[in-house]
Design a protein around this ligand. Structure first.
Ligand code: FAD
Length: 448
């Protein structure tokens, strides 16, 4: 194929969603994917005995309508996250257990947490996700970090610790690093804080049988021959009628291009003529969060028999903000998954993998007892070390970026259209957002 209608850069959910829409509209296209697989920040690794391990994005939940439609269309089975039994809270090095949604903390702290969540939700509901910068208080909120907001409004140390852990789990960056306006936009784009945090009725509700990567592979059925792997794009040259896209070894031609990769990586593609100054600046201003996903795999889910759900919420004394039971209820093995996020991820990655494994076992022993030592396998992945991701879950906006650069991230530049979850206005940062962004970019091309 010498010339195609569209070249799509990136074979994550955004790129493949764009391709799927163009395929159905009868357009010719090529996906150029830097890795040797589809999925990008979604990666299911098969470990011993064919156990699927989701090392990247894994959950879907209510209001992620496109994801549920896709799963239904392809007849893919989902299962609920395991939540039966008591959960563990580790605060100030003291371990307690609780059932339901509300952890056991003093009533004053609980009131602060409740009021703060309600306030943030109320503020978020007033944000237009198409144009967060247009809010009357945008300048004030964009000049403030989430950390300064929490310090000002949450008065007890316990309540602050819980709020910080919760928000780090959602955002994968430290509250000092992120604009309050961005946090409000993010909350609104995923409905509300409760939806972002909850398992049942929230973003962590359902899993994909066989792993999340299977969904994107299903989506590509029919156009597998239009995907080129190990094809990292280095440059795009555009004239009025043609785009010339170069990888290390090859040159491809198209009428349009969809760039469906994280902003930090988009900024590394050399463009001729150069992109607008706003676009080049905004690519430099949106860093990626940092997450290490750590797995302890056991022959048996022994904690379930002891009445534990496997869920743990901790403060900064633990290497992980949260731990989940990450296997289906009917699995014949046990799997605990720890999320180390933001500063805790950075600290964890200073250790060797052997030491990270030892630390996970030691940590689990505190929560679930001596059987935690009988680990079968350990796996972890730090997404900040992935060349073609540079971090995760997503790019976040530090202070001043939304109000200065507005929608620069997704503005069409000549024949180049922009997708990727960072450009989404609904479920930004999530797989749902990636799918919607890809479909939006394809629609722009189909109607241009
Ligand atoms: C640990 C972790 C946990 C997460 N948990 C969840 C979750 O439970 N639920 C949820 O909804 N979301 C979750 N997310 C976020 C979700 O995975 C992402 O929002 C989504 O996958 C992003 O899709 P994308 O297509 O926009 O980008 P990506 O998945 O990053 O796709 C971009 C693709 O472009 C490729 N690429 C990069 N540079 C180039 C180049 N120069 N040339 C060609 N190709 C290139 C990359 O290899 C990649 O395949 C998680 C992410 C991680 C990493």
């Amino acid at each position: 194929m010498n010339h195609v209608d569209v070249i799509i850069i990136g074979g994550g959910f955004a790129g493949v969603s764009a391709a799927r829409k163009l395929y159905r509209a009868g357009k010719s296209f090529l996906i150029l994917e830097a890795r040797d697989r589809l999925g990008g920040r979604v990666y299911t690794k098969d470990i011993a005995d064919g156990i699927p391990l989701d090392l990247g994005g894994q959950w879907i939940g209510p209001t992620q309508d496109r994801m549920y439609e896709l799963v239904e269309e392809y007849g893919i089975e989902t299962y609920p996250t395991y939540i039966k039994g008591k959960s563990v809270m580790d605060l100030n090095k003291k371990i307690s257990t609780y059932t339901g949604l509300i952890p056991k903390v003093d009533p004053i702290s609980l009131i602060y947490i409740d009021i703060t969540i309600k306030r943030l939700n109320r503020m978020a509901q007033s944000i237009d996700t198409q144009a967060p910068w247009s809010h009357p208080k945008a300048a004030k909120w964009d000049a403030m970090t989430l950390s300064s907001y929490i310090s000002k409004h949450v008065k007890t140390k316990k309540a602050r610790s819980i709020m910080i852990t919760a928000m780090e789990t959602v955002l994968a960056c430290a509250p000092e690093e992120v604009s309050l306006l961005h946090v409000l936009f993010y909350i609104r784009s995923g409905k509300d804080i409760d939806t972002l945090l909850n398992i049942e009725n929230g973003a962590q509700q359902d899993r994909i049988r066989g792993g999340m990567q299977g969904v994107v592979e299903h989506m590509s059925v029919g156009f597998e021959d239009r995907i080129l792997y190990n094809a990292a794009v280095k440059s795009i040259k555009q004239s009025e009628s043609q785009c010339t896209v170069r990888t290390e070894d090859h040159t491809y031609y198209s009428s349009k291009v969809v760039v469906a990769i994280p902003p930090i990586l988009a900024g590394r593609i050399q463009c001729d003529p150069p992109l607008s100054l706003d676009k080049r600046q905004v690519f430099q201003k949106i860093p990626m969060g940092i997450v290490v996903k750590c797995y302890a795999i056991y022959k048996q889910p022994f904690w379930r028999q002891a009445g534990f759900s496997g869920e743990v919420v901790t403060d900064e004394h633990s290497p992980y903000q949260t731990i989940f039971d990450n296997a289906a209820e009917d699995a014949d093995y046990g799997m605990l998954m720890g999320f180390a996020l933001a500063d805790r991820a950075t600290q964890l990655m200073r250790l060797s993998q052997l030491d990270r494994k030892a630390l996970m076992i030691k940590t689990l022993e505190r929560y679930f007892g001596a059987q935690s030592k009988d680990i079968w396998m350990y796996e972890d992945l730090c997404w900040a070390e992935e060349e073609f991701s540079q971090g995760c879950y997503t790019g976040y906006f530090p202070t001043g970026v939304w109000t200065r650069y507005k929608d620069a991230l997704r503005t069409v530049e000549g024949n180049i259209h922009w997708a990727g979850t960072e450009t989404a206005t609904v479920w930004n940062g999530y797989i749902e957002g990636a799918v919607r962004s890809g479909e939006r970019a394809a629609q722009e091309i189909l109607t241009s």
